[in-house]
Ligand binder design. Structure first.
Ligand code: AQP
Length: 334
């Protein structure tokens, strides 16, 4: 029997999933199960590098699971699991910490950004999380890791760690390839197009979440920051707000940038913002409705978690045993 290639990705349940999480990540995961053996996890271990309210973290984790399924990730065809349910992540994370260099970790953009935002809590986890991320990936020996543009650095470090480890101990890890989608790779805040649309920025008035009502979505788009040029033209350097809206519209409608420019020629920003808002409302409507329905069925979500963790643990354990043996740990006595 031909074995499928493996694909893996995950998202931190650090807040409500956004339009950015969907267009930059989850949407590119859908329909991959035909071609790949797919693993998608909820990265709760990563979420605590920043202080989380425990009740909110639990709620966001289950909500995110429901949203994964509502976005089209069928648990019968994909392995969906909560990271902390598979203890091999933390264990391999520790080992790989010893193969990630201080200099490499200090260069990570996310470490610099999050340390600046959380100056009163620059903890060890915030610094060493890329080693855990490398473990998350390498445990499953994936061929492909689909991520947003902002995560490229993490997959590159994972590759470096895997190559370093393989060089020292012989072939252990498959060296994974990042897959960065062309459209929707980075969605920016509607209120501040300089910044990424982020889950954890609760007070960002330019953040669209998957559970927002149609009214809220329309209000956010009507207020989206543009410029005083009144011309719908793709120019990500000089017209960040408009280019962001065009990226969103292109991702929702499948239209190219020249097609969008032609559609709105001479029509000003009012019409354009309404059209983008309406396209997003229709894109998110089925997701919101299905996620709300699933959240009422707790026992189904628990079964998905349990089955997913069992399957993930089986694969993860094989890799971890191999690594423990290679580095010289004495095997457990039965
Ligand atoms: N705005 C975005 N545009 C495109 N892609 C995005 N992703 C997240 N936001 C956008 C992609 O989603 C995947 C999961 O990311 P994550 O949640 O694990 O970490 P993150 O990128 O740090 O997400 P946030 O929303 O900014 O969360 P916080 O605020 O907690 O750090 C990645 O593939 C990412 O590229």
């Amino acid at each position: 029997m031909e074995t499928k290639k493996v694909m893996l990705s995950g998202i931190k349940p650090s807040g409500s999933l956004t339009l950015g999480s969907y267009l930059g990540a989850i949407r590119n995961w859908k329909d991959r199960a035909k071609e790949f053996d797919c693993y998608y996890f909820l990265a709760d271990l990563h979420a605590i590098t920043v202080r989380q309210n425990p009740a909110d973290l639990r709620r966001c984790t289950m909500e995110q699971l429901a949203q994964y399924i509502a976005c089209g990730l069928d648990p019968e065809k994909n392995t969906l699991f909560i990271q902390s349910h598979v203890h091999q992540h933390a264990e391999l994370g520790w080992v790989l910490n010893c193969y990630a260099m201080f200099g490499e970790l200090s260069r990570m953009t996310q470490f610099k950004d999050k340390s600046a935002k959380n100056a009163d809590n620059i903890n060890g986890g915030l610094f060493t999380y890329p080693a855990l991320m490398a473990a998350d990936i390498l445990l499953y020996q994936p061929d492909l890791v689909p991520v947003g543009d902002d995560q490229r650095q993490h997959v590159e470090l994972t590759r470096d760690i895997a190559i370093r480890f393989n060089h020292l101990y012989g072939d252990t890890f498959k060296v994974p390839e990042p897959y960065i989608p062309k459209v929707g790779a980075r969605i920016r805040s509607l209120a501040n197009p300089e910044a990424k649309m982020s889950k954890s920025e609760n007070d960002d008035p330019g953040r669209v979440t998957l559970m927002d009502s149609p009214d809220t979505i329309m209000r956010l788009f009507k207020r989206a920051v543009t410029d005083c040029d009144a011309c719908v033209r793709y120019d990500p350097e000089n017209k960040k707000g408009v280019s962001n809206l065009m990226t969103i519209y292109a991702a929702c409608s499948g239209k190219s940038f020249p097609e969008i420019e032609a559609e709105f020629e001479g029509r000003g920003y009012g019409d354009f913002k309404l059209a983008v808002g309406e396209a997003v409302v229709e894109l998110l409507r089925p997701i919101r409705e299905e996620a709300s329905r699933l959240l009422m069925d707790r026992s189904y979500l628990e079964t998905v978690c349990k089955n997913g963790a069992e399957k993930a643990e089986y694969i993860a354990n094989k890799t971890l045993r191999k690594v423990y043996k290679k580095v010289g740990f004495v095997a457990k006595f039965n």
